[in-house]
Design a protein around this ligand. Structure first.
Ligand code: NAI
Ligand code: MG
Length: 322
């Protein structure tokens, strides 16, 4: 049986880096790609950034590859993450040989809570002067994340939080994660998220797998992207119980969109995570190695100091697969 992969390019460089990753997937396997639309362009045409058909097809698919949406990002990606009930966003941040990185020794993975925290949508304008936001933390979501973390990092992981100030919400998060880990016999180390920001810049080797609440995971993983040489390198996986959605961490990059110069590495590495998720471990590893050797030897896109096009880099990755 052929695996079906839903492909949502979205806007901006999504239209360049997603086709690049699809051609890499095509080179390693026999997949059926189902295109679906979302983002600014669809909204302009139809009034809806996320058509119901797209939501449904993503909710039904084993795996989806998503690019990025522009102004409508929150209206697209948050419901799509919900569509696959993805309770964890896996974000590896790794420096690669040959890429100019602030911290070349960086190699860590964020496991970001993906359903609640301050991104749960409970924001209100109470008066001309006052707006509020309700931060949602449940024991059940925190425990589900912790169970995943214990499987992912049986040798132990760090938990970033700010339970010294947000005693109720982050306190609940911390207590739930730590108690699941204790039950499973997995070691944890706690780190306050602000201190984490400093420590990871000074010495990223102190960290390996870092479990964090939603907003902290968003911000700290972008910070780590800065340590490894830019957003063009960071893939991510939104994992749910039955299916999953894979996407680069970056957005639509309007400053370079349409020029064919976007770095496809983050999206191709997201495709490698997709392959592994579908059980194609060898193919996933081969794609990752091909990206790594292309980063090391070139050609490289402009964000990494090169002058190669998206297409040339993608072809170089495909050539290395044979
Ligand atoms: P961005 O990630 O699109 O761009 C930030 C900077 O990184 C830009 O200078 C861009 O050129 C560069 N960059 C990003 N990806 C690159 C790549 N693959 N190759 C080379 N350079 C790359 O973030 P920004 O500028 O904050 O947001 C732009 C738009 O993207 C906004 O409309 C935002 O809403 C949307 N966005 C969507 C996301 C999503 O759909 N998941 C995530 C983040 C932003
Ligand atoms: Mg972000």
């Amino acid at each position: 049986m052929t695996d079906e992969i839903v492909v949502v390019e979205g806007d901006g460089i999504g239209k360049e880096v997603v086709p690049a990753a699809v051609s890499v997937l095509d080179a390693v396997g026999d997949f059926e790609f189902v295109a679906a639309e979302a983002g600014d362009a669809v909204k302009e045409r139809t009034g809806e950034a996320l058509p119901q058909e797209t939501y449904d097809v993503v909710a039904d698919a084993d795996a989806t590859l998503f690019g990025a949406a522009g102004e409508t990002a929150a209206d697209v990606i948050l419901p799509l993450r919900t569509a696959v009930d993805s309770f964890v966003n896996v974000r590896p941040a790794k420096a690669y040989p040959g890429v100019n990185a602030l911290r070349p020794e960086t190699d860590l993975v964020f496991l970001r809570e993906n359903t609640e925290g301050v991104y749960s949508g409970h924001e209100d304008r109470l008066s001309a002067d006052l707006s509020t936001l309700t931060r949602v933390v449940t024991t059940s979501a925190s425990e589900r994340l912790a169970e995943f973390a214990c499987d992912y990092a049986p040798d132990g992981f760090q938990v970033a939080h700010k339970a010294n100030v947000m005693r109720e919400t982050d306190g609940r998060f911390r207590d739930a994660v730590v108690s699941v880990a204790e039950e499973r016999g997995v070691e944890t180390e706690e780190v306050l998220m602000d201190a984490f920001a400093t420590r990871v810049c000074l010495d990223p080797t102190q960290f390996d797998v870092v479990v964090c609440p939603n907003l902290a995971g968003d911000v700290l993983s972008d910070l780590a992207a800065g340590l490894v040489g830019g957003l063009g390198l960071l893939p991510s996986a939104n994992i749910g119980p039955d299916n999953a959605l894979f996407e680069p961490v970056h957005g639509t990059a309007p400053d370079i969109a349409g020029e064919g110069v976007a770095n496809p590495s983050a999206t191709i590495l997201s495709a490698a995570m997709l392959l592994e998720h579908l059980g194609y471990e060898d193919e996933g590893a081969a794609v990752r190695e091909a990206v790594e050797s292309t980063l090391a030897e070139g050609p490289r896109t402009a964000d990494l100091g090169g002058d190669a096009s998206t297409e040339a880099v993608t072809q170089a990755v495909i050539d290395r697969l044979d």
